[in-house]
Design a protein around this ligand. Structure first.
Ligand code: SF4
Length: 380
């Protein structure tokens, strides 16, 4: 059987990052951990216990970043910890940027065809399980998201990937890549992995979005993972996950989170009109909890809500919550304005609400944490 050809985007990223992938330009003392191209072109390196990701997204003078090259805004992140880069880290990053600056001039900048209607593309990939370092991995069963939350943080990054491939610019939620051979590739990849944590998914898609009903890519990947020592950590907005409850219960270690940024379906209809109803998410969360699956909730971005009712509905059914404010507010300012909700769009309101939620969840014995370290929750 012949191998399917990798999609064009992977080839473009491989070309940019070639001196790291072939080992000729990996900075001394550091090891290449991984690379990716689905939400910016990224490459990561590890030295001892330190993992650093360098992400190249579309150049945009209006956005803060570590630095800019001719084509990119470059973001740099020390993974798994909340600390600044030291001198050793910075020297590594600058060495990597020297290579990227030399090679970015050869990147394609194709004309984009005029837009079109909804586009679901079945694609073949040759990588699915992406390492992050320290035994952490992630899987994106899909690229793009038909749930189309207007505040989604990945909108510009996902469009940048389409732009590099010369694909048309479509409104967020109108395009989806389905990794049709994901499970087959994953089955091969897990042969070389002894254990660890696999996130599904890192803000690029919802693994249980509408297309999962037809394609079952997420389920197929879970069917591979359940035969391994890898523990899945899933985040979704979709009660559709209950169709895999039988499978999730077979994992000795699994963690499922629900994104529930408001307790009110009135506000859900304004800010997440294509997502499932809040009550349906709460029902699914309760069902997972009752079935013995470890659960958490992500209340991010905090949207208008009744704090007491939110805590009452969520606290009994989760081990931890993550709380955070809205970061790309300007994208949805009109939703606040058009619906008379201006008082809820300030940083002060968000800080006060997060403070109230924190106190109330902690009083109920629920951990409030960044959820960057899943081990304690998996082992609880
Ligand atoms: S469900 Fe998640 S990935 Fe999908 S649009 Fe909403 S925030 Fe983005």
């Amino acid at each position: 059987m012949t191998e399917p050809a990798p999609r064009r985007l992977d080839g473009i990223a491989r070309e940019l990052l070639a001196p790291f992938l072939d080992g000729t330009a990996v900075p001394a003392g550091w090891q290449l951990v991984s690379w990716d191209c689905e939400q910016a072109i990224s490459v990561s390196f590890q030295r001892d216990d330190v993992c650093i990701a360098i992400e190249c997204e579309m150049r945009n003078e209006a956005l803060d970043c570590y630095t800019r090259t001719a084509r990119f805004n470059v973001c740099v992140d020390r993974l798994f910890e909340d600390s600044d880069l030291n001198d050793v880290d910075r020297r590594m990053v600058e060495a990597v940027l020297d290579v990227i600056r030399r090679r970015e001039v050869s990147l394609p900048d194709p004309e984009r065809p005029a837009g079109g209607g909804p586009e679901v593309r079945e694609i073949f990939v040759d990588r699915v399980l992406i390492p992050e370092g320290k035994g952490h991995y992630y899987i994106n069963p899909y690229v793009g998201c038909m749930i189309a939350c207007p505040f989604c943080y990945v909108i510009d990054r996902a469009d940048f990937s389409r732009r590099l491939e010369g694909l048309s610019q479509l409104p967020w939620g109108k395009s989806l890549d389905v990794k049709i051979n994901a499970a087959e590739v994953l089955r091969r990849e897990v042969q070389n992995v002894s254990g660890g944590i696999v996130r599904m998914s890192p803000i690029l898609t919802d693994p249980y979005q509408p297309a999962e009903k037809r394609y079952r890519i997420t389920r197929q990947c879970l069917e591979v993972l359940v035969e391994t020592e890898l523990a899945p950590v899933i985040l979704t907005r979709a009660p559709r996950i209950l169709q895999d409850l039988d499978l999730l219960r077979r994992f000795p270690r699994a963690l499922v989170g629900f994104s529930i940024p408001t307790d009110s379906d009135k506000y859900r209809k304004i800010f997440e009109p294509r997502a499932d109803a809040i009550e349906d998410r709460l029902t699914a969360l309760r069902a997972l909890h009752s079935a013995g699956v470890s659960t958490f909730a992500v209340i991010q971005p905090v949207l208008p809500m009744n704090v007491d009712r939110m805590v009452e509905n969520v606290a009994p059914f989760v081990r931890a919550v993550r709380l955070d404010r809205l970061y790309v507010g300007e994208r949805v300012h009109h939703l606040y304005d058009d619906n008379g909700l201006q008082e809820y769009r300030t940083g002060e309101w968000a800080a006060e609400t997060i403070g109230q939620l924190t106190a109330a969840f902690e009083a109920r014995g629920v951990a409030v944490e960044p959820l960057d370290n899943f081990e304690p929750l998996l082992n609880a």
